[in-house]
Design a protein around this ligand. Structure first.
Ligand SMILES: C=C(O[C@@H]1C=C(C(=O)O)C=C[C@H]1O)C(=O)O
Length: 666
């Protein structure tokens, strides 16, 4: 290849050399991290130092920008590097578990086997198969294995109840955890087709995680004790059977993939626990989790008393589950996972306090926390903007004293403090200022990818894009619909951006909420009350745009519909109103921003693009929006505005957007 094209060969050689250097540097970095761990052990400091991580990332991101690199790419790289550094540090102070024999459900081919291999990657071990969860636990109790690995919760179907129930006896202890990404595929013998399949075999958990696919294809099920049993049955049968399992496990038995990624959600993970017969001590410096079980007395506030113990001591709970108590109908046991080490002073004190207010409390284990949330550094430009200079922020306007029965939940009287909506790493509301940016409409994979890249590169926090377009004319481009939303979600995920898109009808809400991180209600739909009620039932944040002819009071009443439906994550958007003025498409009512900020705790966003309808006005209006105290703006840009399928004249050119971002953050 290189001989035909020597220039290419040379370039590749240079890349290989650089990669080589990178690897050597990574190894040096790891060695230093190990030395830091040893140093920390002596000095009693915790391994993780989130402030140091933030500082480092901040510096790296700035450097990256000065070299023309995408700051989010650099952040992603360093998140991975630091995660590995923390893993090495953890292993330095808390040697990884070593086992000769490990019990798992179903043996080779099962997801449990995969998890066990990951947990005991550092030691030669033999897997011992149990047919059911109870058998796995029995093997450990009887001393036939050193450890057992069991699934405890799944990211889409939640708690794996039979495993919780096996922990009730409290004679086994959790000594480790592992998050396993599971990629369910439908497998069958070569030549089979989905239409021809008579029955799908699998473990009940795996079948439940793929329920939507199975129902859509009307496939009858057969439950098996384990995935490996299901695999073997399908591989050894002449019937038209299929199995839900991982691709690799199927390939070992000669099975081929009929459908890939068939789980109900895109990224599915199962959390596994490692059980042992003895409680384990976790080194002080290692970030640990502890699991407890408790039963409360039957009296009002009994559960609150226990939760208060954690709250008073600053202990964060990562999970709470309840399960029925055996032999005591309608009585429950609570299982909690908490951040902290059971041997720490705080925890010992907490356990004593819990013992005083419960019928029963048991420690189920203590183990290194496998997953630590990455340090969040906004990209450099964002960093400046998010720490908005409060001295420069407009002085708060005081609300007219008026009791309003039409919009109670939206009012400052109901909630004096600002609502801050956390979505995909962006905080909207409070003292921050965020930018949502992207094309008016999603037009193609390439277009939305280019826009997502540009949005991320210039420090905007949310990717916008319309998939269902409310157009004045029925002949205008109506949007790509759900396939467009899939393209936008994928582009957003690649660049670490949450996405916002418009939803136009109540029956679309469920499907759009599956993918979109924020649902937008357009100006024309501000008083579509059945739509407002539908998004009020939804778990996603909603951005409600002010109607062309609606007052601030009507906007707040519309927001009240959503809040009254239960959804408290509402932000309001000023996008221009219709006045006698024709110099601009609409008149951007910037005075509504401070007025709304005084009246409501909800975040206020400004849309200069739709208000002005002209790209040359977008930058001054954006700067003005920030100056009057908006929590953010939503703006449109396009790689080729002249060719845009909708609203081209208001779309910024890429460079214009970049310049505007620099000014906004100056
Ligand atoms: C290496 C350290 O320990 C941890 C790992 C870090 C890293 O890999 O850069 C940074 C901070 C700590 O969470 C340190 O404290 O410097």
């Amino acid at each position: 290849m290189a001989s035909k094209n020597p220039a290419l060969g040379e370039l590749r050689e240079q890349i290989s050399e650089l990669d080589n250097e990178l690897i050597q540097m990574l190894a040096k970095r790891q060695a230093l991290a190990k030395a830091v761990a040893e140093n920390k052990q002596g000095s009693d400091l915790p391994l993780r130092d989130i402030e140091r991580e933030k500082h480092l990332l901040g510096q790296h991101v700035q450097k990256a920008q000065s070299l023309g690199l995408n700051p989010r790419f650099v952040t992603r790289v360093f998140h991975t590097v630091i995660e590995e550094s923390l893993r090495t540090q953890r292993h330095t102070l808390q040697p990884p578990l070593k086992a000769a024999r490990v019990a798992v459900l179903g043996g080779e081919g099962s997801y449990s086997a995969e998890a066990a291999k990951a947990c005991f990657a550092d030691s030669e071990h033999q897997l011992v198969a149990g047919q059911q969860f109870a058998d796995v636990v029995r093997l450990l109790r009887q001393g036939e294995v050193d450890y057992a690995v069991l699934p405890i919760e799944n990211s889409i179907t939640g708690a794996i109840s039979p495993v919780y129930d096996l922990l009730r006896d409290g004679d086994l202890y959790i000594v480790g955890e592992h998050y396993l990404p599971v990629r369910h595929t439908l497998l069958a013998k070569p030549g089979a087709t989905i239409a021809g399949i008579r029955r799908v075999l699998g473990h009940p958990q795996a079948l439940a995680q793929c329920e939507h696919f199975l129902q859509e294809n009307r496939l009858p099920l057969r439950y098996c004790d384990s995935t490996s049993e299901a695999l073997k049955t399908v591989a050894g049968s002449d019937e038209a059977l299929a199995v839900i399992a991982g691709e690799e496990a199927g390939a070992k038995l000669g099975l081929t993939v009929l459908a890939d990624k068939i789980a109900n959600a895109a990224d599915v993970e199962t959390r596994f626990i490692v059980l042992a017969r003895q409680l384990q001590s976790v080194a002080k410096a290692v970030q640990a989790k502890s699991s407890l079980l408790f039963c409360t007395w039957q009296r009002p506030g009994a559960l609150v008393d226990v939760l208060q113990v954690f709250r008073d001591r600053g202990i964060n709970l990562t999970r709470i589950e309840s399960r029925p108590m055996q032999g005591e109908p309608w009585q429950v046991m609570f299982f909690v996972d908490a951040e902290g080490n059971v041997e720490s002073e705080t925890f010992v004190d907490a356990l004593q306090a819990i013992a005083r207010c419960t019928r029963l409390v048991k420690v189920l284990g203590c183990y290194p926390s496998e997953r630590l949330p990455p340090a969040q550094v906004p990209v450099a430009v964002l960093a400046q903007s998010e720490q908005q200079d409060t001295a420069a922020a407009p002085a708060p306007v005081s609300a007219p004293v008026k009791s309003n029965k039409a919009w109670k939940l939206a009012s400052r009287a109901h909630k004096p403090e600002d609502t801050v909506i956390e979505v995909g790493g962006a905080s909207i509301g409070g003292n921050g200022f965020i930018v949502m940016a992207g094309p008016c409409s999603v037009e193609s994979e390439q277009q939305i990818e280019q826009c997502a890249e540009w949005t991320a590169r210039h420090g905007a926090s949310v990717l916008r894009g319309g998939c269902f377009k409310p157009r004045t004319s029925p002949y205008a481009f109506q949007g790509l619909g759900l396939p467009g939303l899939d393209l936008m979600k994928a582009a957003g995920s690649r660049h670490g951006l949450p996405i916002i898109t418009e939803v136009m009808a109540p029956e679309q809400v469920d499907a759009v909420a599956q993918q979109a991180d924020i649902l937008q209600i357009g100006a024309r739909n501000m008083q579509n009350f059945s739509l407002l009620k539908a998004v009020g039932q939804c778990h996603r944040p909603v951005m409600l745009k002010r109607g062309l002819m609606n007052s601030v009071d009507e906007l707040l009443q519309a927001a009240e519909y959503i809040l009254a439906g239960g959804n408290q994550q509402v932000m309001l958007c000023e996008r221009g109103i219709r006045t006698f003025e024709t110099a601009t498409r609409n008149t951007l009512d910037l005075s509504a921003v401070p007025v709304l900020r005084a009246l409501t705790h909800l975040p206020i966003i400004v849309d200069p693009s739709h208000a002005a309808g002209r790209r040359d006005l977008v930058e001054p209006l954006s700067l003005a929006a920030k100056a009057v105290g908006a929590h953010g703006i939503i703006v449109e840009f396009h790689p080729e505005p002249e060719k845009a399928l909708s609203d081209g004249p208001q779309a910024l050119y890429f460079e214009q957007f970049a310049n505007m971002m620099r000014k906004l953050h100056a």
